[in-house]
Design a protein around this ligand. Structure first.
Ligand code: SF4
Length: 103
């Protein structure tokens, strides 16, 4: 009995600390650089108003990461992860050609 309670406590602590770690990892995740090869391929700009409109004609003013369905943060978060750039954060004011308006 004593052993299983101890095992339970140890595994609970383990889960709690991994959660804390992943939250920390989220906050510390690097920001996507515009020079990143994926960013270049997708035309990602940290400032949506700087999108190359000749190359990415689908861009329309008002579109940005903050209102894209892929943005993994609240619209009010200045940066949040995006699955297009695994493990990195994009700017709420940014944009890339994978933009998909949040429903
Ligand atoms: Fe931003 Fe959406 Fe492109 Fe991700 S997929 S970088 S959230 S516009």
């Amino acid at each position: 009995m004593k052993t299983s309670r101890r095992t339970f406590l140890i595994s609970t602590i383990g889960v709690a600390s991994s959660l804390a770690l992943s939250r920390q990892a989220f906050a510390d995740a690097p920001k996507v650089a515009e020079s990143d090869p994926t960013a270049q391929a997708l035309g990602y700009k940290e400032d949506a108003s700087k999108v190359d409109k000749a190359k990415f004609a689908k861009y329309a003013p008002g579109q940005d990461c903050g209102n894209c369905s892929f943005y993994q943060g609240k619209a009010s978060d200045p940066y949040a992860p995006c699955p297009m750039f695994a493990g990195k954060q994009v700017a709420a004011k940014g944009w890339c050609s994978a933009y998909n308006k949040k429903a």
